[in-house]
Ligand binder design. Structure first.
Ligand SMILES: [Fe+2]
Length: 191
């Protein structure tokens, strides 16, 4: 006897190393704002940030590979950065119900910084325990995961800054539906 399928559900996860990282790191750090912890809230309703083309050049080979798993066409629906200084942390959150999200580790010292921690949406069926996963990442790595997965950025205990760029990814069809809903919301508010 054998099962045709041995998992009811699986959670996709991709990890890439951006090629020619030292070159791209300098360009991205130069392009990012220097002052704030994040531009996430400042960008709300204003679209994509000015540094998207610089980040886009770096991640292009990785996104080409990722798009192979996402046939309708892949679009970046939002992008922001986080500059974590000592004792900064980003508590557990998700990026909404739809699409994928990604984190690029731009300024990250593997010996001093912790990577993102992910929490399973279901418990271990063997013992009921919560399950978490913390990938081993190096600077220049790009990870991609479903937007709905709970995750957190652990407190930075180092004197060194930890800088990441994060973005959300949607398929063409989903993005169209997502934006049409948003436009309708804006119009109805304007009346
Ligand atoms: Fe996040």
């Amino acid at each position: 006897m054998s099962n045709a399928r041995d998992h009811l559900f699986k959670i996709p996860f991709k990890q890439y190393s951006v090629p020619d990282w030292e070159h791209h790191k300098k360009l991205i750090l130069d392009a990012l704002p220097k002052e704030d912890y994040t531009d996430f809230f400042a960008l709300k309703g204003k679209g994509l940030p000015s540094y998207i083309s610089t980040v886009g050049d770096a991640i292009d080979p990785c996104m080409k590979d990722f798009s192979q798993t996402y046939p309708p066409g892949v679009f970046l629906s939002s992008m922001w950065y986080e500059r974590s200084r000592k004792f900064d942390a980003h508590g557990p959150h998700n990026h909404g119900a739809t699409g994928f999200s990604a984190i690029l580790y731009v300024d990250f010292d593997q010996s001093e910084h912790e990577s993102t921690v992910f929490y399973s949406p279901f418990n271990d069926p063997m013992n009921g325990d919560d399950m978490s996963f913390q990938p081993v990442v190096r600077e220049g790595d790009l990870i991609v995961f479903p937007a709905m997965i709970l995750h957190e950025g652990p407190m930075n205990m180092s004197e060194k800054e930890r800088v990441i760029v994060s973005f959300n990814i949607m398929g063409e069809d989903v993005l169209t539906a997502y934006n049409s809903g948003k436009r309708e919301g804006v119009l109805s508010q304007a009346k």
